[in-house]
Write a protein that binds this ligand. Structure first.
Ligand code: ATP
Ligand code: MG
Length: 365
C-alpha cells in the first residue's frame, strides 16, 4: 500500500552515496505526492549539480517501485544556505566526537594526535623518485577495497600529485560549506592536491603551506569510517615525510624500490629514516619493476636483480612482493577505465590482492 509513511520507511534504507547516511535522516526527501500508483517527490541535494544525482535517482525510484508504484517522478532541488550550514555543522560535530572520544577497538591504533581519523595509517615511501610509490599505493588501496576493507588515500605528494590521474578520476570533491567529501573510485576514498588546482597548474607553495595542506587533508576531510588510510608520499626523505611523522606518529610504512642495487641503496635511506628519525614501523618492502616477461614467457631482469631482497634484509623486514613490469591493459572506452589500476583478473592485480592480504594480516582492523 502506497502511503507517505511507507515511502518514507522505504527511503530510510536509501543512502546518500557520499555521506553514507539515509536520505530521510538527511532531510532530503520532501513533498511526496501519491496518485493511484504514481508517486512524485522532491529530493533536495546537498549541492546543486551533485555528481551522484543519477545514482540517487535510481536508488529512490527502485525503492519506491518495490512498494508497488508504477511511475515515480523525482524532482531535484538543492538545500538552502541555511540547511547546508546546519548539515555541515552536524557532520563536524559527529566527526569531532568520533575522533576525540573514540576508544580504540580491536586492533585499531589510537591516534596520538586528536582530531585526525582513528584508523590504521600506512605511508608508502621510497628513497628515489619514479620507482612506483603511487602505483603501489593506488593498487594496494584498490586491492584492500576489493577484500571488503574501507580504504582512503591521501595523495601527500602535494607538488607532484598523480593519484587522481592514475585512478582515472575526473570528478572533483563535493564541498558542503567547509566540509570536504573525498572522491570515491573503485571503492577507495581519495583526496589530492590535484582536486584543488586548475588545469594541472604547478603547485609552487613552500614548506609551511605544504604541511598545512596535509593537516587539512587529515582534519577537514569527512573520511567517515576507515579501516586503512594510505599516504602516497613524495620521493625522498624531505619535509613531508617529517610532517607525516609529526602528525601521525603511529603510521606504518611500506618502502618501494626497484631491483637495481643503487635504487635499493637509496631506498635504504628512506628506510633508515623511518626507523630512526620518524620511528615508523616498517611493514616491509615492495620491489617494483622486478622483471619483464617477453613473448616467449621468459623473464628479463631489465633493471637488475636482488635490490628488494637486499633492502628487506638490511632493514630486517619482509620482502612483501615483487611486481613485474607491464601495463594494466585497460581500454579507454571502458567506463571503469584508469591508466594504472590492475583488475583482479590481471596477473599483477592478483599480486596486489596477495599484498593486500599480507598487509591486512600485519595490520588488523
Ligand atoms: N610495474 C610497472 N610496470 C610498468 N610501469 C610502471 C610500473 N610501476 C610503475 N610504472 C610506471 O612508472 C612511472 C612511475 O611510477 P609512479 O608514478 O608510481 O612512481 P612514484 O615513485 O610515485 O614516482 P614519484 O617519485 O614521481 O612520485 C609511472 O609512469 C608508472 O605508470
Ligand atoms: Mg608518486
Amino acid at each position: 500500500m502506497l502511503t507517505t509513511e511507507s515511502i518514507m520507511e522505504a527511503l530510510r534504507e536509501v543512502k546518500d552515496p557520499e555521506l553514507n547516511k539515509s536520505l530521510v535522516s538527511l532531510n532530503m526527501i520532501r513533498n511526496i505526492q501519491i496518485q493511484g500508483n504514481d508517486v512524485s517527490l522532491d529530493v533536495i541535494l546537498t549541492i546543486r549539480g551533485c555528481p551522484l544525482k543519477i545514482k540517487i535517482q535510481e536508488d529512490v525510484e527502485n525503492a519506491i517501485r518495490q512498494l508497488g508504484a508504477e511511475r515515480v517522478t523525482v524532482t531535484f532541488g538543492a538545500m538552502t544556505d541555511e540547511e547546508r550550514a546546519t548539515l555541515s555543522a552536524s557532520l563536524r560535530a559527529e566527526q569531532h566526537a568520533s575522533r576525540n572520544n573514540a576508544t580504540p577497538q580491536g586492533g585499531k591504533a589510537p591516534s596520538a594526535a586528536p582530531g585526525i581519523p582513528q584508523t590504521n595509517y600506512i605511508a608508502i615511501a621510497s628513497g628515489k623518485g619514479g620507482v612506483g610509490k603511487s602505483t603501489v599505493t593506488v593498487n594496494l588501496a584498490v586491492a584492500l577495497a576489493r577484500a571488503g576493507k574501507k580504504v582512503g588515500i591521501i595523495d601527500a605528494d602535494i607538488y607532484g600529485f598523480s593519484v587522481p590521474d592514475m585512478m582515472g578520476i575526473e570528478q572533483r570533491p563535493t564541498v558542503i560549506d567547509d566540509v570536504i567529501l573525498p572522491v570515491e573510485r573503485y571503492g577507495v576514498k581519495v583526496i589530492s592536491m590535484g582536486f584543488f588546482v586548475e588545469d594541472n597548474a604547478p603547485v609552487v607553495w613552500r614548506g609551511p603551506i605544504l604541511g598545512k595542506m596535509l593537516r587539512n587533508f587529515l582534519h577537514e576531510v569527512h573520511w567517515g569510517e576507515l579501516d586503512y588510510l594510505l599516504l602516497d608520499l613524495p620521493p625522498g626523505t624531505g619535509d613531508i615525510a617529517l610532517d607525516v611523522h609529526q602528525m601521525i606518529p603511529q603510521s606504518k610504512e611500506i618502502i618501494v624500490t626497484t631491483p637495481h642495487a643503487t635504487a635499493a641503496f637509496v631506498a635504504a635511506r628512506a628506510g633508515a629514516m623511518a626507523l630512526s628519525t620518524t620511528k615508523h614501523e616498517i611493514l616491509g618492502v615492495v620491489e617494483n619493476m622486478s622483471w619483464y616477461t617477453d613473448r616467449n614467457g621468459d623473464k628479463e631482469y631489465v633493471f637488475g636483480r636482488g635490490g628488494g631482497e637486499k633492502l628487506a634484509e638490511s632493514l630486517n623486514v619482509e620482502l612483501l612482493c615483487q611486481i613485474p613490469l607491464g601495463a594494466p591493459g585497460n581500454v579507454l572506452e571502458d567506463p571503469e577505465y584508469s591508466p594504472s589500476v590492475y583488475a583482479s583478473n590481471h596477473p599483477t592485480g592478483k599480486l596486489y590482492d596477495e599484498l593486500a592480504r599480507k598487509v591486512a594480516q600485519a595490520v588488523t582492523t
